[in-house]
Design a binder for this molecule. Structure first.
Ligand code: NCD
Length: 431
């Protein structure tokens, strides 16, 4: 029998509203007991003193690039990077090649996920065929195949009539629509946030209003249809205000924010580092602070990495030509700990936004240390300092703005279904 005792950690279980010292006993893939002082003589004991023990993180928004772009990432490498970052489950976007707009692709991703990835993999299927924003996908068949949500992430569905129907059918299918909300006509050829920085550095600006306009439309259509709208990677104060007001009216809306939009601003783009080029762009300080406040108050429900690997030869070009996106799994925890250090967020609330809330939004298990729950668990050291070198990480790509930076906060161990799949000392233990 496989029994593991995590002894003497600070237990952070948002689902059970628990924050305090205790032990966790893992048995046969499940959480068998959570208590002040568990005796389990035959169990393997892991000393968690001085550490946080929390439900594994759940990433609502990732790009695993398989099928089709395996030179950037695949499900095996992405899954390894995920557990090294404390993520026990990741939802992956449909902008693969072929696009995940057909149950055969959803099947393939699930198969590869089961075989190749230490983290659980949840496919998000395309909302429209080929992500072209024109013809809806067969939502029922995709949900039956295992899709957990629909999204044309990377592309906004500009046709409001199509968007309305997509929302209507997603409601029938019982899953959320995840929107990349940027009005393409307002984005134009913008590559950084439109403002003083874009003017100073002479790069075309992508205005904050491009996001707010599209969020406003999508919230109105969600209100009309009663569908569950999930707004991806919110980056502006305008979008935050719209989401808050809509939620107040009873609109079924949830929203996520990325670590990079919580911590960085458009000043980071001033050195023309293409690893700071991302969609939506890094915004002004006022926008960033509005996103932080909105995450703390709960208007933004979850943190999602938008892990978006790109190869070195693709990023090693002039800023305007580089594809947007940055990798995020292995740095996420250390980066968002900034909100705890600043006093804005309690550790329990941070874990809620990394684990419990994203699991709830996806309608999947996870985010809980309750007895009998699957033992998806992470052990964290909030004080450990380390220097991030993407070349030593598990992703195939290295496009991170934190490359070479010293970070505080480290993942010590990750368990998926009771199995140790990552330890700081031994690395990823899979298969
Ligand atoms: C995404 C990617 O690389 O797939 N990039 C990103 O900057 N978020 C797609 C996209 O949203 O443009």
């Amino acid at each position: 029998m496989n029994r593991i005792l995590l002894r003497g950690g600070r237990l952070l279980d948002p689902a059970g509203e628990r924050d305090g010292p205790g032990d966790v006993l893992i048995e046969n893939g499940r959480i068998a007991a959570v208590d002040a002082d568990i005796r389990a003589d035959d169990a393997e004991v892991i000393d968690a003193a001085g550490r946080w023990v929390a439900p594994g993180f759940v990433d609502l928004h990732t790009h695993l690039r398989e099928p089709g772009h395996e030179y950037k990432e695949d499900i095996a490498s992405g899954g390894r990077a995920a557990v090294a970052g404390g993520f026990t489950a990741v939802a992956c976007m449909a902008n693969t090649n072929p696009v995940n707009d057909d149950p055969s692709v959803t099947d393939y991703i699930l198969d590869r996920g089961h075989q190749d990835s230490p983290a659980r993999v949840y496919p998000i299927a395309a909302a429209t065929r080929g992500l072209r924003g024109e013809i809806m996908t067969e939502m029922d068949a995709l949900v039956r195949a295992g899709a957990v949500a629909f999204s044309d992430d990377g592309a906004t569905i500009m046709d409001s009539g199509v968007m309305r129907r997509v929302l209507e059918y997603s409601r029938l299918a019982g899953v959320p629509i995840v929107v990349h909300a940027e009005d393409r006509t307002l984005v134009g050829n913008g590559v950084v946030n439109e403002g003083a920085v874009s003017t100073r550095i002479g790069l075309p600006g992508n205005p904050a209003i491009a996001e707010a306009v599209m969020v406003a439309r999508d919230l109105m259509l969600a209100e009309l249809t009663g569908a569950h709208l999930h707004v991806a990677h919110v980056s502006t104060a305008g979008a935050v205000d719209l989401i808050r007001a809509a939620r107040g009216r009873g609109v079924h809306v949830t929203a996520e924010v990325t670590p990079h939009h919580l911590v960085l601003t458009d000043e980071a783009t001033a050195g023309y580092d293409t690893n700071t080029k991302v969609a939506p762009p890094l915004r002004s300080l006022a926008d960033r602070n509005a996103c932080r406040a909105a995450l703390c108050e709960g208007t933004l429900d979850a943190i999602a990495t938008d892990h978006a690997p790109h190869a070195e030869h693709e990023k090693d070009v002039e800023f305007t030509a580089a594809p947007p996106g940055l990798i995020g799994f292995e740095t996420a925890f250390a980066v968002v700990l900034d909100l705890v250090r600043s006093g804005e967020l309690e550790p329990l609330e941070l874990v809620r936004r990394l684990s419990t809330e994203p699991a709830r939004i996806l309608g999947q298990l996870g985010g809980s240390l309750a007895v009998d729950a699957p033992a998806d668990v992470v052990v964290l050291d909030p004080a450990a300092e380390w220097t991030y070198d993407p070349a030593k990480g598990y992703s195939k790509s290295r496009n991170s703005p934190w490359s070479g930076k010293t970070l505080t906060g480290r993942v010590i161990a990750t368990f998926v279904a009771g199995r140790l799949v990552y330890s700081e000392e031994r690395g990823v233990l899979f298969p």
